[in-house]
Design a protein around this ligand. Sequence first.
Ligand code: EPU
Length: 419
Amino acid sequence: MPKFIINGGAELSGTIAVKGAKNAGLKIIPASILSSETITIYNLPDIEDISRSLDIMTDLGAVVNKGSDHYTIDTASISHTTINEALANKLRASIMFVGPLLARFGEVKFPHPGGCVIGAGLRPIDLFLEGFEAMGASVEFKENHYHIQAKQLRGCNYFFTTVSVTGTESLILTAVLAKGITTINNSAMEPEIVALADYLNSVGAKISGAGSPTITIEGVTKIGAGPFTTLPDRIEAGTFAILAAVTNSELTISTCRPEQLQSLLTIFTKIGIPYEADKSNLTIKKHGIIKAYDMKTHEYPGFPTDLQSPYTILMTQAQGSSIIHETIYDRRLLFTDMLTQMGANIIMCDPHRVVIHGPTQLHGRKLTSPDLRAGISMVIAGLIAKGTTEIDNIYQIDRGYENIDQRLKSLGADITRIN
Ligand code: EPU
């Protein structure tokens, strides 16, 4: 099984460019199903999750072509509406295909989606199913598959009892071709949702309010397809910013949108990490002592759960005690056990909260990447640890970070991929 070998202690320097956002790419690919015209997508990251999503498209019968800096997807030849089980098992975002297939073809069959194990049991899809039903679809579960059908989807008024990013996006995608008006209340407000709505509007949809808690979609009978440029990945940018801070290196993170990282950068100022930012570059400067600071994850524009694990590593290097409160997923702090094995002083209060006392010297260990975000955090921990860290199950890291070992090497990191 491929693994990373990391020798800690190297100071990093230079510039690292941010790739396209995974969680935007994973929505625009299924969104292409809403039209039988050909979409052109620029700046898709070359990562495992995007490859699996494109595999689902191909499996459905669409024609996917890779150009020098873009992909085209021709959905005119989609020949069936059953989402491949093996592919769905690999990817939570396989659920994003359901709304568009239902909207265009009136039915869809799919298994419960897989993906990162970061919530108790199977990550639920009850809100998606409720949304489809509210729009007039029937939902059946038989032989391990959901079977959803709708002769004519109709607009509805839906309130999300839990704010859900993919839930909001799924309902938008389902409502674009429905009859009448759909209002989504307590919507998620992530920038990737705004990007999706902007694209759909550019090809004929009528969506207003994306980026606010109330989104309104006026159904249309047809949309076209056009060019879409994937926005930069704010989680990758934030991860690199924390990497710079943890290793006390001056790094410039280019082709990013610092204004989408306000929750992180506000904390940086409070804890003593200087930085400079313009519209698309962020430079993290060297710092003195870092102060411990409590953090609670929150939906956008709050502190992203996807940056919780790198921030936790940062707090192991801060002076004093901090509480990390993970409010969104109940398994996302379990990786801290590995940090404790590396020498961190972390006490787990309950599945949602840990207390960290710092600073502590970390020591290299043999580790397994449990999921994508904890996996990249293990890499960051390895880069500051004394000695050698070995991380296996790095498929989990490749799911979301393109060519990460080579890109970190170019900054001076001592990291090797063993195949
Ligand atoms: N939830 C339900 N029922 C549902 C759907 C969600 O109870 O039907 C709950 C979840 O269990 C969770 C909460 O709602 O407690 C929020 O989950 P959400 O639905 O927002 O998560 P998601 O849409 O599945 C997306 C990203 C995640 C990111 C979260 C939160 C994609 C493909 N995934 O997930 O990204 O952590 O929003 O920002 O967009 C990652 O990139 O590593 C990742 C996990």
